[in-house]
Design a binder for this molecule. Structure first.
Ligand code: SAM
Length: 249
């Protein structure tokens, strides 16, 4: 089974990983293709969650969407192209990432611009644009929020408080949250890699109190402090990461 050390080795071959301190790898999908995660997620997810047949548009948020490959593949997985154009218009996905170059690539290669949009945004800073998007689409919250392989980067760059704020924020704007938190061994690999390059450590790495089973601690925070409950685990990816689905109580 591939592990984090494998993914890091692959990254090192492809780019200078020190140039991606937020996980903003330029070739991410060549070493972690969307299928790795999609194969675990049922294509009937929207129906299963009762999200498809309501009068409202279904709004999906993809946090830290990189170059958009997974966002588009996820959308097509849940809303097949065979569906009527009018049905597709009723499901809207917004992907955002702090890396503007990646977002430009996502925008340029977007095959469904009437349903999928991409914007540059750092979730740890100003997130007004998310509220603007909800207002434009007549929604008070996102029906489904994807936060896949992003938590570690926010955690390393913004500390325990940054991670908990991220989870609280996403819970406050989402009805369902699909979370893939990187396990602790990935943190160690990321920190080791920076050191090997002779760069200074991530600001918060040594002082993190949330360590070990990060996914479990994220679950505890979401359930105890954010009014969410874990309703399903879609198993582990080939990188040994759990895909956890939470719902607002
Ligand atoms: C490892 S990639 C994962 C991409 C995608 N979510 C996936 O799972 O396929 C992590 C992404 O999170 C983005 N990211 C990290 N911190 C962020 C932040 N504070 N706000 C927005 N995006 C962020 C990075 O730029 C990077 O593209």
């Amino acid at each position: 089974m591939a592990t984090c050390s494998v993914d890091i080795a692959e990254v090192e071959e492809m780019n200078d990983p020190g140039a991606a301190p937020y996980g903003n790898f330029i070739n991410y999908y060549t070493f972690n293709p969307p299928e790795n995660r999609l194969s675990l997620i049922p294509a009937t997810l929207l129906q299963d969650l009762g999200l498809k047949d309501g009068p409202q548009n279904t709004l999906i948020l993809d946090v830290g969407c990189n170059s958009g490959d997974l966002s588009v593949a996820f959308y097509k997985h849940l809303v097949p192209v065979s569906e009527e154009e009018s049905d597709r218009r009723k499901v809207n996905l917004l992907g955002f990432d702090l890396d503007e170059t990646l977002i430009q690539r996502a925008q340029q290669s977007n095959p469904l611009p009437s349903s999928i949009s991409f914007i540059p945004l750092d979730i740890t800073k100003d997130a007004d644009q998310l509220q603007d998007y909800l207002n434009q689409h007549g929604g008070s919250h996102f029906h489904l929020c994807l936060c896949l392989a992003v938590t570690m980067w926010v955690h390393l760059n913004h500390g325990d408080a940054g991670l908990l704020q991220l989870l609280s924020h996403l819970a406050s704007i989402s009805q369902h949250l699909l979370l893939e938190a990187q396990p602790w061994k990935c943190y160690r690999s990321a920190a080791r890699r920076l050191r090997k390059l002779g760069r200074s450590d991530f600001d918060h790495f040594k002082s993190l109190k949330i360590r070990g089973d990060v996914a479990e601690q994220a679950r505890e925070h979401l359930e105890r402090h954010c009014g969410m409950e874990l309703i399903q685990s879609f198993g582990s990816t080939t990188w040994d990461r759990k895909l956890l689905l939470f719902k607002r109580r």
